[in-house]
Write a new protein. Structure first.
Length: 143
């Protein structure tokens, strides 16, 4: 999926140990972790395969993850409102061309030459996608 996939890989833990560390940073996320259990129960023969897939489905406190990344970086980035700062914080390309590619991935129908409008839309869509894929995102950052 390209840039959006890269965003997911930076925010969502790729291993069970990392998922537990994220849950410890966000106690509310730990309480919602039982969501993946029904999938292995419905297909008991595939338990070893289902375990790695279950890690990204755990509720990850996106705000806590990004705030932690910002503290470690020492940079003053406004990831809460700026798609450029969010991409920079994640160590991803934040150029206009990269943002246009992300807009194409997310099916942006507006004018990509109006970067201000596109950037606002992109930030909102990325937050929505994070929430749809297991991220706990503050309500004011999504639609």
């Amino acid at each position: 999926m390209g840039i959006l996939s890269n965003i997911f890989h930076k925010i969502f833990p790729s291993s069970q140990g990392a998922a537990q560390n994220s849950s410890q940073a966000a106690p509310g996320a730990q309480q919602r972790a039982p969501q993946p259990t029904p999938a292995p129960a419905s297909q008991p023969a595939q338990q070893p395969q289902a375990a790695p897939a279950a890690a990204p489905m755990q509720r990850v406190d996106v705000e806590a993850v990004l705030n932690g990344m910002q503290q470690q970086s020492g940079q003053q980035l406004n990831w809460r409102t700026s798609i450029v700062d969010l991409l920079k914080l994640l160590g991803l390309d934040s150029s206009l061309q990269a943002r246009k590619e992300l807009a194409a991935e997310l099916h942006y129908t507006g004018d990509t030459n109006d970067s201000a409008s596109m950037n606002i839309w992109l930030h909102r869509q990325v937050m929505n996608k994070l929430a749809e894929n297991g991220g706990k995102v503050p309500a004011d950052l999504k639609d």
